[in-house]
Design a binder for this molecule. Sequence first.
Ligand code: KIV
Ligand code: NA
Length: 265
Amino acid sequence: DKPWTVPALADAKRDGRKLVMLTCYDAGFARALDASGIDLVLIGDSLGMVVQGHDSTLPVTVADIGYHTACVKRGLSKALVVADLPFQADATPERALDASTHLLQSGAAMVKLEGAGHKLDVIRFLVEREIPVCAHLGLTPQSVLRLGGYKVQGRDDATAAKLRADARAVADAGAALLVLECVPSPLAAQITADLAIPTIGIGAGPGCDGQVLVLHDLLGVNSGHRRPRFVKDFLAEGGSITGAMQAYADAVRNGTFPDAEHSYA
Ligand code: KIV
Ligand code: NA
């Protein structure tokens, strides 16, 4: 069991090995996650909602993500650490470079950012400066004010074609990984087939190269928000915290999660 590296992600896709990712915000859960064989850990800006109690991810700062990344990193020896660039930390290439440098110096191996469009320049700028990037398309929670809520994306032909083009564009810009959130399963499978880089789904069906869940959702911790369709409480079947993490990892690897009940057709 070697520690994960960025180039090993593409190898896993080529070999058809599913990638299991979970969010985490502190060292104690990080230790449990590492012991449970989770491949990737995300210090998500979801921490604004599940840790800080806000009703969106917009209030989260680079300092917040840096603090939690350092906490998580101390509890890990194997999982690859991905840290979110919070709202507007990626508004310009220069800001994104400063924020990403801080997150890598706090223990991340890769930063994640939402969207395509002008973010393609940001991705290229970071990758050229030795900062591995994970892209994030579909439902991008930092767009909640424009979107007017958290909704499935790419339901009609025009938005599906746009999403498919954006996915190719972020990969061409140098992203090494792509999170697809709340995308109909057939579209996510099509995007996964289009790309050489792995896709990680959340509410994107079983056809992705891997899956991610928010830690609190996996453990059935009530965040005070309506529970999305793709959320599954693995604590019930796992019986303990590491049991829940292992049950989730097993279900992703053997293709039983997500099923139709936890996906969008
Ligand atoms: O912030 C987060 O937890 C995320 C995942 C839901 C992909 O971005
Ligand atoms: Na996020």
